[in-house]
Design a protein around this ligand. Structure first.
Ligand SMILES: Cc1cc2nc3c(=O)[nH]c(=O)nc-3n(C[C@H](O)[C@H](O)[C@H](O)COP(=O)(O)OP(=O)(O)OC[C@H]3O[C@@H](n4cnc5c(N)ncnc54)[C@H](O)[C@@H]3O)c2cc1C
Length: 413
């Protein structure tokens, strides 16, 4: 069987794989990316957060992405029963990026992968990792191309950025259930001809449809808008028919969208994703590190996925470089702990969202600007800034604030 030798094999050419590949390649190591699909390919995860710009910048991707003219995103707007709560990233507590993009991921991910190729990193498309044998930290990976031809890659280290493919956790039985309950999403892209500037295409809109059920509205610069309903799987049972019939029926019941999306053309038959929250027993091992979705995926509500994917790769890439240069790395304190700091902060916000705690905070009258700016930083993805009390005390701060608001509102009555 044909065998090739590299320093680092990266599995997957999504944001996490490409960011890691670029940073490691820049340090002078021989890197190769193996990607199962032909690009552009569809993947969900279209609303980015400002914090991911730091990772894209370090990876050298910003200029190429800017050239694509994607929709710029300056904030997040929450809507419930006609009430609106707008967060502008420029108002955030943590110093950092105040904007990012809303992107059709097929085109965005292809831009990152093409930029890697321009940097001299080979991207081997339509090729699947099917097996890995570790010998200490060295490994031999078996790959199979679309015609069924098998070959091997010997690597000193592997970065697994295979997203929903979860290559290493599946091969080595490392998958672990999430502590979040199963949820479902039904979504499509729409030809949004009735969109006006009043619809504020420069930010994501999140509509509380009913308790536990919400809708994302993510406009792109090409006139297409991504729309998806998310919530408990049982909710979706009330509508019968094809996915298109079901989604049209749901849109017709939402006053905020009904007019704009009535008779709108769907770009593709609505897709369903279910029980996507998942975790793994460990984030690293001898000769490999997991990045992006392979580590833990929580929930779409705060658009944390691509940010966690790119930031995990940014951190992991530097550790891989140090490891290949002969340093001893404490992966637990230098990788797992910082990653869990970010993941757990978002987890508290996701739980507070579904419990209704964040509804109380987002739609309260007379909000305190300083507190709003702290919450805004989390929504911008700055979940590693422990100077922010709403990051540092993420498990309790929101509940305490919601209690105070309820008490205040009760006394007003
Ligand atoms: C309903 C829903 C909505 C979401 N909305 C958002 C959002 O608005 N914003 C956001 O930031 N995130 C969102 N996410 C999360 C987002 O989809 C992911 O977090 C993000 O795509 C992770 O990037 P990644 O690079 O880790 O993986 P991916 O982007 O999935 O890339 C992994 C790549 O690995 C390849 N691969 C898989 N298996 C193999 C194999 N065996 N061999 C070789 N290659 C392989 C795949 O083909 C793929 O191209 C959403 C998720 C869901 C479920």
């Amino acid at each position: 069987m044909k065998t090739e030798k590299v320093d680092v094999l990266v599995i997957g050419a999504g944001p996490s794989g490409t960011v890691a590949a670029s940073i490691i390649n820049k340090a002078g190591f021989k890197v190769k990316i193996v990607e199962k699909m032909k690009f552009p390919r569809f993947v969900i995860g279209e609303s980015l957060l400002p914090r991911c710009m730091e990772a894209l910048e370090e990876a050298g991707f910003l200029d190429a992405v800017k050239e694509k003219g994607f929709q710029e995103k300056f904030g997040a707007k929450f809507v419930k029963n006609g009430k609106v709560c707008d967060y502008f990233f420029a108002d955030q507590f943590t110093p950092g990026w105040s904007w990012t993009w809303q992107v059709p991921r097929g085109e965005f991910d292809k831009t990152l992968a093409d930029t890697c190729e321009k940097m001299g990193i080979p991207v081997c498309y339509e090729t699947t990792v099917t097996g890995i044998a570790f010998n200490g930290s060295d490994s031999v990976t078996t790959i199979e191309d679309i015609d069924g031809n098998k070959s091997q890659i010997e690597a000193r280290f592997i970065v697994d950025g295979s997203g929903y493919g979860r290559v290493i956790p599946r091969l080595f039985n490392m998958d672990k259930p999430s502590n979040l309950p199963p949820r479902k999403a039904l979504f499509t892209h729409t030809v949004d001809t009735k969109r006006t500037m009043d619809d504020e295409p420069n930010r994501i809109t999140i509509i509380v449809h009913q308790k536990g059920i919400w809708i994302w509205v993510i406009p792109f610069s090409n006139g297409i808008t991504s729309v998806g309903f998310v919530g408990e799987p049982d909710f979706f049972k009330s509508n019968e028919g094809t996915p298109e019939e079901q989604l049209r029926a749901l849109i017709a019941t939402e006053p905020y969208l009904r007019e704009r999306m009535q008779d709108v053309e769907f770009v593709f038959e609505p897709r369903v994703l279910e029980s996507y929250s998942v975790s793994t027993t460990k984030f690293y091992g001898d000769g490999f590190v997991l990045t992006g979705n392979v580590t833990e995926f929580l929930d779409p509500v705060f658009s944390s996925g691509v940010t966690l994917a790119t930031v995990s790769s940014q951190i992991a890439a530097h550790l891989v470089i140090r490891k290949l240069n002969g340093e001893n790395i404490n992966w637990e304190t230098e990788y797992t702990e910082p990653m869990m700091q970010g993941v757990n902060t978002f987890r508290s916000y996701v739980m507070a969202w579904y419990e209704g705690t964040l509804d109380t905070i987002f739609f309260a009258d007379d909000q305190v600007e300083e507190i709003k700016s702290m919450i805004c930083s989390v929504l911008a993805g700055y979940v590693w800034d422990i100077k922010n009390p709403y990051v540092k005390d993420h498990t309790t701060a929101l509940t305490k604030l919601a209690k105070l608001i309820r008490l205040r509102d009760h006394q007003k009555v």
